[in-house]
Design a protein around this ligand. Structure first.
Ligand code: HEC
Length: 123
């Protein structure tokens, strides 16, 4: 039994490391930064104040009225130069991010991640 459990755990660990290896390192970095810095407002879950959506996702759903997804991870129209404009200047209720908080490389990585996540969602 113990051997069986160990081999199941090993199998799970191996398949996880294969998935991580398959992911482009820039995309993997972008996912990490997005989860830490953007997902608290732009994630796809409900808000922790009981609202149906997180504030960024809710604001963009309202703004685009269905012509674009409210969730950034489903958007394919935010290449690094466009994303950088919004993130560095701030927009509406979103404060700008300074280079000390988020580097240009981080923004490029987030753009690569959004590209990959929206492509995966379309499949
Ligand atoms: C404190 C919450 C919050 C955080 C954190 C946050 N945002 Fe936002 N963001 C918003 C809100 C709210 C809007 C909608 C602003 C408006 O148009 O009124 C927005 C708008 C945007 C837009 C504009 C999209 C469009 O089509 O108009 C982009 C791009 C964006 N955010 C990217 C990001 C990225 C990338 C991060 C992480 C680095 C991030 N945001 C972090 C709240 C947040």
């Amino acid at each position: 039994m113990r051997v069986l459990l160990a081999s199941v755990a090993l199998g799970a660990a191996l398949s996880l490391s294969v998935a991580a290896q398959d992911e482009d390192p820039q995309v993997a970095h972008g996912r990490q930064v997005f989860e830490r810095q953007c997902a608290p407002c732009h994630g796809q879950g409900p808000g922790d104040d009981g609202s149906a959506m997180l504030p960024g996702t809710a604001a963009l759903t309202e703004k685009y009225e269905g012509s674009r997804p409210g969730a950034l991870e489903l958007r394919s129209d935010l290449p690094a130069p466009v994303l950088s404009l919004f993130v560095r200047r701030g927009v509406g209720a979103m404060s700008p991010f300074r280079a000390s908080e988020l580097s240009d490389d981080d923004i490029a990585a987030i753009a690569a991640y959004l590209d990959a996540s929206s492509a995966a969602a379309r499949e």
